[in-house]
Design a protein around this ligand. Structure first.
Ligand code: IMP
Ligand code: MG
Length: 180
């Protein structure tokens, strides 16, 4: 499926909306099974994980809470700056809780590596990672991924929450930015 937005070239689809929906349901079932009886907090990494988180959590049939954080690493470029810092922190302590980080994509791994180290100091009962997309070709830090939606090739992807210079987050599928 290709959607032509006004005054923009069409974005080629890599992962169609119905495949994303099916994978969210599968991951939600796995998470429901794995966290049964546990005090679960989903931690959404703003802004890219918003669409994934909102679809995923509808398939998690457990009492849970949701919190958000925002870190910066990319700015407006398609290459990581390599420096990660908090722009917005969690609203509650996570001590003794089961924390599941929900990310849009693990690329170099620098962001998740930083988050795992940082959140571990807060003494959660457990700390795991759920990412919609995994782009292993550019990994700089070897990070554990507990739940993975799809692996993507070494190309810059947009849509379903992911942006290029702040745009395309509203595309209902994952696409590839045309080479300029
Ligand atoms: P990292 O390189 O693993 O630290 O990824 C940092 C962040 O860069 C991700 O959470 C995304 O927000 C963003 N990012 C990495 N690759 C892409 C991409 O292909 N498209 C859009 N955003 C990306
Ligand atoms: Mg992100």
């Amino acid at each position: 499926m290709r959607i032509a937005r006004e005054a923009e070239p069409p974005i080629e689809s890599l992962v169609a909306a119905d495949r994303i929906a099916g994978r969210c349901a599968e991951l939600g079932r796995e998470i429901t099974r794995d966290y049964s009886g546990k005090d679960l907090i989903l931690v959404g990494v703003l802004k890219g994980s918003v669409m994934f988180l909102s679809d995923l959590m509808r398939h998690i049939d457990l009492p849970l809470t949701v919190d958000y954080l925002r870190v910066s690493s990319y700015g407006d470029r398609t290459e990581s700056g390599g420096v990660v810092r908090f722009e917005l922190d969690l609203s509650q302590p996570v001590r003794g809780k089961h924390v599941l980080i929900v990310e849009d994509i693990v690329d170099t791994g620098l962001t998740v590596h930083y988050l795992l180290n940082n959140l571990a100091t807060r003494e959660p009962a457990s700390l795991k990672v759920c990412t919609l997309l995994d782009k292993p070709s550019r990994r700089q830090k070897d990070v554990p991924i507990d739940y993975r939606g799809f692996q993507v090739p070494d190309t810059f992807v947009v849509g379903y929450g992911l942006d290029y210079q702040g745009r395309y987050r509203n595309l209902p599928y994952i696409g590839r930015v045309p080479a300029s």
